[in-house]
Design a protein around this ligand. Structure first.
Ligand SMILES: *[C@@H]1O[C@H](CO)[C@@H](O)[C@H](O)[C@H]1NC(C)=O
Ligand SMILES: *[C@@H]1O[C@H](CO)[C@@H](O)[C@H](O)[C@H]1NC(C)=O
Length: 592
């Protein structure tokens, strides 16, 4: 993970950038910081490149990386495949060499579209006097842009500051790779961008109404495209229409019976194979400091995070711990609650807690149960179940200082809730239970696995059920296909910024190119069966995989979104709608 920044301006313009973004960039890349400035030979432009590197493995490779020909590369990415990178080589250095060998646009595109793994990059190609930038197909790394007369700024993360209107920031659409002709830029007031789009039906729009002013985008005249790493969604429909939905909840045994009779055991095996490989590529981390983990999982105990933890267990050496990060926001004590009377109250059975525990939110309870399942799966492993408890005061302070900057340019109540939950979870500061008592604990794992992408591909959200019930499988397919196209702007940029702020790297195994290709090629009825009840029908294929991995009750937990499971959403005004603009994210300057 790195923080990258580029300011393009006329050489006549005064030097200087908004210092407010420097700090969050440095938090993303605490291990090395450097600036490089480039000016046009006779044409009047200037590029200021600033890079802040988080060191993950191998030798530290400082950036901006300038090659012998004077090209400059800013790379916030990981090459997990596609281009050969030997164990003693650095991926940033390898990419820089590959790009240096390119002359034409087609050659640059073919190098970039070969990369498997997340990325955002900026590249100054000196001889051609142009600036390239963009994000990977899914948008797994953040990149924002902002334009003003005669300038363009690109940055991993922005900040509220008196110097800039927060509304000027937008996410760079993960629609393809962009190129600026710098000689032409020096002659004009606005920035003309050529786009080299991904050749895929579901890419985000770059239509004029979705673009900021001072920015023009046109498709490159040669019609060149980036070859997409995944095929379009399989849209085939079953011969007979599926049964109407049933209402009851099913048990693990019901699930097993159901799965035994279908063709799914083999499909589940295939899914485990690709997903396991995706996790393996993502947990190849530096050997951890003695006794501490190098890999953590954002962990609710739900099926997505349980499967990731079970697969990480296969690939992380047995003597290393794995950290399970579980976040809870303090519950309000119920009004009529009375600790003394509680144990006699009629509805407290033998398992009901005797005293009110303000952090026993739903995700904490499922997390503890999940921990027991994982211990059963591998009793030798040290699983650090990190209980991260957040009070309203801590929440407000962190939001004001950090999170509201990171969420930018997103601004809804939902972005606020999820941004806060993930920021605290990724920080990993809490307690672990040891010999009956809690011990303060902070996770030092730089790799943070998250389960995002499972719901979008396997029909896990309740809105999928609503679509299916209202308009059938074809409508469900349309919904799924739309969601994968917008996951970059809805989730991934934000999650990358929020996790990166902890000097850690979010990794998304469900969005590995091979996993998405595999799932996209399957017909929808193999992935989900929404005629079955909640907790079974959605993500049915993943549930079947979870059973084969040896997981138990967690395989039939219904979806619970993090903002509800962690109860962060409960801390605030309950009349708000998730899509409302969130006033808590705004500052004095721009609050009207
Ligand atoms: C390359 O170097 C960067 C910065 O030091 C580091 O974060 C990254 O993990 C390295 N990659 C490899 C494959 O060694
Ligand atoms: C879509 O799924 C059907 C049914 O399994 C299969 O026959 C077909 O080959 C798949 N299509 C693609 C493009 O993968």
């Amino acid at each position: 993970m790195c923080g990258i920044f580029c300011l393009l301006s006329r050489s006549a313009a005064p030097e200087g950038r908004d210092q407010a973004v420097l700090e969050p960039l440095q938090r993303r890349g605490p291990d090395s910081s450097r600036d490089v400035s480039v000016t046009g030979t006779d044409s009047g432009y200037r590029c200021l490149f600033s890079a802040h590197v988080l060191h993950m493995r191998g030798l530290l490779t400082p950036q901006p990386l300038q090659d012998a020909a004077g090209n400059v590369l800013l790379w916030n990415g990981e090459i997990f495949g596609g281009l050969p990178v030997d164990p003693d080589q650095n991926d940033t250095a390898v990419l820089s060499q590959r790009l240096q060998a390119c002359g034409t646009a087609a050659e640059i595109l073919s190098v970039l579209s070969a990369v498997r793994g997340p990325w955002a990059f900026v590249y100054h190609q000196r001889a051609a006097e142009c600036l390239w930038f963009g994000r990977d197909f899914f948008g797994r790394r953040s990149l924002l842009w902002s334009f003003a007369a005669g300038t363009m700024t690109l940055t991993s993360v922005a900040a509220h500051s008196p110097a800039s209107d927060p509304r000027s920031w937008q996410e760079v659409p993960a629609a393809g790779v962009f190129r600026v002709d710098l000689k032409e830029f020096a002659r004009s007031d606005s920035v003309s961008l050529e786009i080299f789009p991904w050749d895929h039906p579901n890419i985000p729009s770059t239509s004029p109404e979705s673009l900021p002013i001072y920015c023009l985008v046109e498709t490159n005249p040669a019609g060149l495209a980036m070859s997409a790493p995944v095929p379009p969604l399989n849209e085939s429909l079953p011969a007979s229409s599926p049964d109407p939905p049933t209402e009851s909840r099913l048990s693990v045994r019901d699930l097993d019976e159901l799965l035994a009779g279908s063709a799914r055991p083999d499909e589940a095996k295939r899914l485990i194979r690709v997903l396991s490989e995706a996790v393996r590529r993502r947990v190849q981390a530096p050997p951890p400091l003695a006794g501490s983990a190098s890999v953590a999982v954002l962990f609710s105990g739900g099926i997505d995070s349980m499967v990731l933890a079970a697969l990480a267990d296969r690939h992380v050496p047995a003597q290393h711990p794995i950290d399970l990060l579980n976040v809870a926001f303090r519950l309000q004590e119920p009004k009529n609650h009375n600790k003394k009377r509680n144990k006699d109250s009629p509805n407290s059975g033998p398992t009901a807690p005797r005293t009110f525990s303000p952090f026993d939110v739903p995700d904490r309870l499922t997390g503890r149960a999940g921990l027991e399942e994982l211990r059963g799966l591998n009793p030798e492993r040290r699983w650090n179940f990190v209980e991260i408890n957040v009070t309203p005061e801590e929440l407000q302070e962190a939001r004001r200082q950090r999170i509201r900057h990171l969420v930018l340019p997103l601004d809804s109540v939902l972005d606020d809730s999820i941004g806060c939950a993930i920021w605290f979870a990724a920080r990993g500061a809490g307690t672990v239970m040891e010999d009956g008592g809690p011990r303060p604990f902070t996770s030092s794992a730089k790799v943070v696995l998250t389960g995002i992408g499972a719901d979008e591909q396997l029909a896990g959200y309740s809105r999928h059920r609503v679509r299916f019930q209202a308009a059938g499988l074809r409508a469900l397919l349309a919904e799924l296909s739309m969601e994968l196209g917008r996951i970059s702007s809805r989730n991934l940029g934000r999650d990358d910024r929020v996790v990166g702020d902890q000097g850690k790297e979010a990794r998304f195994p469900y969005l590995d190119e091979d996993v998405v290709s595999h799932l996209s090629s399957l017909p929808v009825w193999l992935k989900a069966d929404l005629s079955l009840p909640r907790g079974v029908g959605e993500k049915l294929l993943l549930r079947s995989a979870a059973r084969q991995l040896g997981l138990g009750p967690s395989a039939v937990l219904p979806k619970r979104a993090v903002q509800f499971g962690s109860r962060v959403a409960k801390m605030e005004d309950r009349r708000e709608k998730a899509s409302d603009k969130c006033r808590r994210l705004l500052t004095g300057f721009w609050l009207k």
